[in-house]
Design a protein around this ligand. Structure first.
Ligand code: HEM
Length: 259
């Protein structure tokens, strides 16, 4: 059997697929958080960054399709493994304590997975498609960059360019308590999902040895806490008023509305 068929057709292959696609999704999640934290800086930053990403054109589409495939394979492998586990389970297994522990963990990872999926669908409708709050979508109040946006020293977007106002869209989005609270709950559950998922990922890939298993668990827990706090900070700071909209973003908004 080819490597490809092995990955899709055997139970261990599906576990490896789950781990590898999980790794891709974790990489995206952390990268996305770093990009989003630019909301705490000048609006030029996040607005320039968003335009730069969109300017990558075909590369952006490759990344999008790759992410979508990773999500699809991750969910498919999880479903197959759950069904296999259910089939393989004998009635006597109910008596074994370790089995109960394993079931609790997989049950909660499954439920957090469902919420994360629902959140991503809502999130895409909110910030990528602008269908939940069209009045606050990024193209409603274009923003004029006050400085060049540079990447690795190269000018990616020139000062004076009129760009979509991602800064104001995010800001407006999280001024609404139900939206901000939903995001905070969802990123909490996503962080729990990562906590268990990343731990199992190292196990599946055979990267967890008895000697450093505890240390690894602590590092994973710390990363998940940092991920949670970083994501919590954005809706939290906007909803509580700790983060006030930058005057630069507001000036352009007012100018546009008056025109
Ligand atoms: C407070 C937290 C978050 C904020 C402020 C945020 C912000 C944004 C914004 C502004 C966009 C649209 C960018 C644009 O079109 O220019 C976006 C897209 C996206 N976000 Fe988030 N996000 C957050 C959390 C998350 C989380 C937790 C996930 C999932 C792990 C996620 C997944 C995505 C995806 C898949 C896209 C679509 C990217 C594309 O257009 O190809 N986001 N996010």
């Amino acid at each position: 059997m080819s490597l490809f068929a092995n990955l899709f057709c055997s139970s261990i292959g599906r576990k490896i697929l789950m781990a590898l696609t999980g790794l891709i999704l974790v990489g995206f999640a952390f990268g996305h958080l770093v990009g989003n934290l630019q909301i705490f800086s000048h609006p030029d930053k996040i607005n320039g960054y968003a335009v730069f990403l969109h300017q990558t054109g075909p590369l952006l589409w490759v990344a999008r399709i790759g992410l979508l495939a990773a999500v699809g394979i991750h969910i498919w492998a999880a479903t197959m493994l759950t069904l296999e586990n259910k089939r393989a389970r004998g009635p006597e297994a109910y008596a074994v304590k370790t089995w109960i522990r394993a079931t609790m963990a997989s049950r909660y990872i499954r439920w957090t997975g469902y919420v994360v999926l629902a959140f991503i669908i809502y999130h895409l409708a909110h910030f990528t498609l602008g269908s939940t709050h069209p009045e606050d979508f990024k193209d409603q109040y274009p923003y004029v960059l006050t400085h060049d946006y540079t990447v690795l020293g190269f000018k990616a977007v020139a000062a004076g360019s009129e760009v979509p106002n991602v800064y104001l869209m995010v800001y407006r989005g999280f001024e609404s308590a139900p939206v901000a609270i939903f995001y905070m709950i969802a990123v909490g559950l996503l962080s729990l999902h990562l906590l268990h998922g990343v731990d199992s990922l190292f196990q599946t890939l055979g990267l967890r040895s008895a000697t450093w298993s505890n240390c690894l668990r602590r590092v994973v827990a710390l990363l998940c806490i940092a991920y949670f706090l970083g994501n919590l900070a954005i809706p939290g700071a906007i909803l509580t008023g700790v983060l006030q909209p930058h005057p630069a973003a507001q000036v352009h908004q007012t100018a546009n509305v008056q025109n």
